[in-house]
Design a protein around this ligand. Sequence first.
Ligand code: IPT
Length: 996
Amino acid sequence: MTLQLILNIFLCILLTTRVLGQLSVYDIPPGSPGFQHGNSSQAVQFDSHSLFIDGRRIFLFGGEFHPWRLPVPQLWSDILQKMKAANFNAVSIYVHWGLVEGKSGELNWEYHRSLEEFYKVAQRVGIFVIARPGPYINAETTGGGLPGWLTNIADVARTNQTGYVNAWQSYIKDFAQMTSRYQYPNGPVIAVQSENEFYVSGDEDPTSTEYMVLLEKALRENGIDKVPITANDVYPSGNFAKGLGEVDLYGFDSYPNGFDCAHPPQWSELANYYISGHQNSAPWAPVFFPEFQGGALDGWQGVGYDGCEQLTGPEFANVFYKNNVASGSTAMSFYMIYGGTNWGNILYPGVYTSYDYGSAIREDRLLSPKYDEVKLQGMFYHASPQLLTSSILASGQSQTYTSNSGVFTSVLGLPEGPTKFYVVRQNSNNVTTPTSFLLNIDSSVGQLTIPQLGGHITLAGRESKILVTDYAFGSNFLQYSTAEVLTHTTIDSIDYVVLYVLPGQSFEASFGSTSINNVNLSGSPSVQAKVLNGSVVLFGTLSSSTTALVRFGNTAVLVVDKFTATSIWNPRTIPSFDLSPDTPSILVKGPYVVRNATIIGSTLELVGDTNRTTSILVVAPSTVRSVHWNGSPVSMTKSNLGIGLTGTIPGPVPSLSLPNLKSLKWRTADSLPEVAMGFDDSQWVVANKTEVARSQKPFYGKVVLFADEYGFHSGSFIFRGSFTGGKSSAVQLSLQGGSYFGYSAFINGHFLGSNQGFNGSDIVNATYSFLQGTLNNGRNVLTIVMDSNGLDTDWNANDAFKNPRGIRGYQLIGGSGDFDSWKLTGNLGGEDFPDKVRGPLNEGGFWAERSGAVLPGFDDSKWALGSPFVGIPKAGVQVYRTSFALDIPLGTDASLGFQFTRAPTSNYRSLLFVNGWQFGKFISNFGPQTVFPIPEGVLNHHGMNEIALTLWSLDSSGAKIADLKLVPLGVLSSGKEVVTDAMVSPIYQDLRGPSN
Ligand code: IPT
């Protein structure tokens, strides 16, 4: 028999036994031969159970991170190290076409858009990359990643129409050629996703299928030939799983708890379609979730990301992620693991500046409680390669498995192998009270009901556990355990295994051992041992800070409560992508995070962070005689557990000295000079188009006043329309800026009125009467300032992203006159924006932005003194500037943010610029965001910072900033990479000329 034949038979057995009771035979699709395990020499392969890298099965544990939402490349390693420390082995990234190609044909892949830099950081950290270049990404960003200039093209986006296909050629070519050099094993990239949540079109209209074919072809022809091309289906309906346009590796996403962050306790029941969906769509591939809910998005007038964090918190991760495993999944990536910031004008109208997403790693880079939960799971999945070949043997709420029908059990294992995984959970997610039960297991020591020594297994409300039987670790094995396994590792020939349960819960674990006569207990007394039928059985009820060690033979069992478990790290001591239990590793208990562990001679070099003075326990090979923490020696003594060394490592500085923004000197200027009759708009663009190619046409008025038609795709726009004579009585307007946009209109400097769009209403119609005395017989100027919350996304592939931003209709009423001419502006230079570092979406069209007053280096010495806390007494836009120095001690990771005080009854909008980067859009009456975290590198932690704040009062009564503070969001003593990026951001003189 050839190897091929053996593999095929094996594969057939796997496919037919995958779900017990559902025997069916599936065709292996003709495509993707290069990536089916055993078929080729490709480094990345898969079969129906898992992916393989270098011939070795892996559990793909990934998280989504958008490098461009953290535009400080020196902070990327911080996120990736935190992911790796939680045993993530993959990061999934969207690439943002609109940010890269601000003008058609002019691509910039530098700074925060640098894929090569990102791949290098990932390589260094040792984490695989799944690259998702779109071209359409959705992602709650302007246009869903499609560039603003694409709105001016007639052909429908996301189809095979020529205008669209031509448009993405350079972008995809660049992406693929750059990425091709980093395909594994030459780099960290293990997969490339084509399009996003896309669908096969019918035979009668092949436009979308053919587009997908063209896209995959372009990726392949430009070098993506060593790794699978993947698809992210919105539901397991098999789009591009086979047939025309089929990808190599099919996956589908799922957001089972939805997005209602206002009601975090409201959970959905667990989906039961994953298994059947996978069977019906791509049974030859693993159950792969390219996106699985890692948080939730929130929009204007939402409740804020705390609610989203709770909706998708540690209990959600505990129950739902384990259910993925119970559904046979060995490959999943959480969207988002780190959300970041919609700085500049990255946002689309459905979200605000923060894209925290309630993720495991918060926008300010601090770790949320969900991080602890995913870390515990990540450690277990990598410690348990037996999972990678397991099938679902049985599942249900039957009392065959447990003594309580309120418990749902899924049994995973190899039909012929001894190891089994019992995934237990409440039968319904509505149950929030504890449920206790006994589990019937079928193990190598026979059919047992556990625990054997009395007591129960308990699920605390919304809890799921994965309990193992016949589980090998090192040269030993666990017969069963009602506590969960965290990880295991072998150090100096001793096999360590770590078990945990929630404080207050009891456990029982049984080990087959040859030396049962010499059981040694140390640490917390709550754990006891006895010998039962030739096995060592440990048991006990754990309190909230339990660390107990039980030794027998060459086994060392560490039993901890779940909270203590979250402080245990298992860094590998050789650099590698591999998180398998065979890779040499150590155990460290205590720190906030352990980023790295290297053994150099007899010294263990640990790199990590603390949030307080921390006592640590280190279990490392006996060759280690000294321990360094972030480069400094730690005095270590033998631990009284009988193994390992303990010592104390320092916490962060006790306090930071931050400026009081209210007591700083502020200078101010008018940022809406355009309303003045005499304002010089001679350099502005003349609106001269009378037709548009897109299907969204002007409602009325002769010339087209869509900002994008004139190259302005970002932030705010100003229109000036001139007409002659004083006979008109009013002007009628139709303005479109996306939900929650705002505008103010002025005639000859007199305020006419303002309004704001709201949810679902991105068009505001208004008629403004001209008061007596406001019109001239000669020239009159109507000025409209408006902002946009970005372009709509295009989820339905129906060109919705082309919905205009600007004036959709205008007409003078009375006097039969019309406007003589219209001029407009947006960001300085439009598509020829000068700031290639911050890129096309940082600035909008306010005077403060166009003039460069928001940039560091701008000379405001001639401006009047004036503070935003005093504000302005009328409608209009004012800009304020101040500066301050920071001197954050080296080795401190300070997360700092600007905190506004909500003023729901006032009506203003503010943009916050930090050293020229727009990092906050505050709308006083829409909220909910009040705290705007600023990454180090945008904020200079070791020198001067220049702050500019715009204050747009939409009401004639004026506005002021109620309060604004620079606040610490978290302070760590940190071993993260040192940030110097503040130095590369261009200043006024680089972008606007020698002086203003
Ligand atoms: C899924 C998208 O693929 C992703 O880009 C993002 O928009 C996410 O939603 C929501 O944050 S679409 C899925 C919710 C149907």
